[in-house]
Write a protein of this length. Structure first.
Length: 409
């Protein structure tokens, strides 16, 4: 499955990018565990705190095309370093904030800008420009798995830190841990970008490429499907701990559920990264979105027991962030990799507009309705719609891996 990464230097670049994403995504995807402790400590209310986390979802997406464009122009090193430092700073300042607007500033802006600058658009773009074409699908799967490993490691770690140090001490600890990703930036950016694929032709420039992309029907359909992915993930990562609490179950069920999502997504990401080299990405995405609709429906029909949450988490994890490799692959197929950081960043912005709504509307639902019933049904409808929207996307049949490898030499 990892055979395409045997190209000299490919594995080192890929693992460095995966390591950075492990830290930035692991920290970000564990924030839902802080929602209840922050509310108990500050009395700000679930809706207010959910708003800060919803702003974080949107900001994380909004920074992606800007960070990608900066990396495409000046290189990924300064963008990644700035992102890691801002993420650490945002976490460190959060315990000092005593108002909802303070949380919006520290978590919703600083930490989110930092984690976004050190996330998919910059990392996958930097790796793709340093790898042969045949290795990119597998590499994106491995990088994505790094983010999932971060969730598996950081969710129980954050819960343990909250129990031992309190939520404030846990935030300070996460700030320090975040800085450990800085040495990996040097490894990722050590080599120079490879020449671009011949099929991409002359460089039309970022502005012209972006204008053409925004008028492309397939690109817009891809955005619409990824919007649903953001809604789904943000709703769950923010509100699953509260859902567990509503069922009268201990907080450990929530932390281990989030960890299991991350663990199973390692398998899902690696497998999907492999599939991208053999099957059309739009079909992979349609199947994943459709499976989510069915999985949530089954969850609603089952009793709320710990084993149900654990099985639900494993099922979710298989497609959790595994949508990233085929989505990035589609953007690369449509427009090449020269401006992949920017163009995939725009796709991630669509993802996080959905993420903003998933986190925020979840907070409104629990505050005004007392449970998440309508959110679950909205999630099912959107996932089914996303599966259908991916089918008309323009995508040629996949070139056999051997031929693709020869082309990338």
């Amino acid at each position: 499955m990892l055979k395409p990464l045997r190209h000299p230097g490919a594995l080192a670049v890929t693992l460095a990018a995966a390591g950075v994403l492990m830290v930035t995504m692991g920290t970000r995807q564990s924030l839902g565990l802080f929602l209840s402790p922050i509310n108990s400590s500050t009395g700000l209310g679930m809706a207010s705190i959910s708003l800060a986390m919803a702003v974080a979802q949107f900001t994380w997406g909004a920074i992606q095309p800007l960070a990608g464009a900066a990396a495409d122009r000046w290189g990924p090193r300064p963008v990644l370093i700035a992102g890691i430092v801002l993420l650490a700073l945002g976490n460190a300042l959060t315990p000092l904030m005593g108002s909802s607007w303070g949380l919006v500033f520290s978590l919703g802006l600083l930490a989110a800008i930092g984690s976004g600058a050190g996330s998919f658009s910059v990392l996958i773009g930097a790796a793709a420009q340093r790898l042969p074409k045949a290795a990119r699908g597998t590499a994106s799967g491995v990088i994505n798995a790094g983010g999932s490993l971060g969730q598996f490691v950081f969710a129980p770690l954050a819960q343990l830190l909250i129990q031992v140090q309190g939520w404030m001490g846990a935030m300070y600890s996460l700030a320090v841990i975040t800085l450990l990703a800085l040495p990996l930036v040097g490894q990722l950016t050590r080599g120079q970008p490879a020449r671009h694929d011949a099929v991409e032709g002359a460089d039309a420039g970022l502005r012209a490429t972006l204008r053409g992309a925004l008028g492309d029907r397939s690109y817009l359909l891809l955005h619409a499907g990824f919007f649903t992915c953001g809604f789904h993930i943000a709703f769950l990562v923010t509100h699953l701990p509260t859902e567990v609490d509503l069922c009268g179950l201990p907080a450990s069920v929530a932390s281990w559920s989030l960890a299991l999502i991350g663990l199973s997504n390692i398998v899902g990401s690696l497998w999907v990264g492999h599939l991208v080299g053999h099957h059309r990405s739009k079909m992979i995405l349609a199947l994943m979105y459709g499976s989510r609709a069915l999985l949530v429906l089954v969850y609603l029909l089952l009793p709320r027991e710990p084993w149900v949450f654990y099985l639900f988490a494993i099922g979710l994890g298989l497609t959790w962030l595994a949508t990233v490799p085929p989505t990035a692959a589609l953007v690369g197929k449509l427009f090449g990799v020269r401006y992949l950081g920017t163009l995939f960043g725009m796709t991630l912005l669509s993802h996080q507009i959905g993420g903003f709504l998933g986190a925020w509307l979840g907070g409104l639902a629990i505050t005004r309705l007392g449970d998440y019933t309508w959110m679950w049904w909205a999630d099912i409808a959107l996932a089914a719609l996303a599966a259908l929207l991916n089918l008309p996307i323009r995508e040629a049949r996949v070139v056999p891996l051997a031929a693709s490898a020869a082309e990338g030499r």
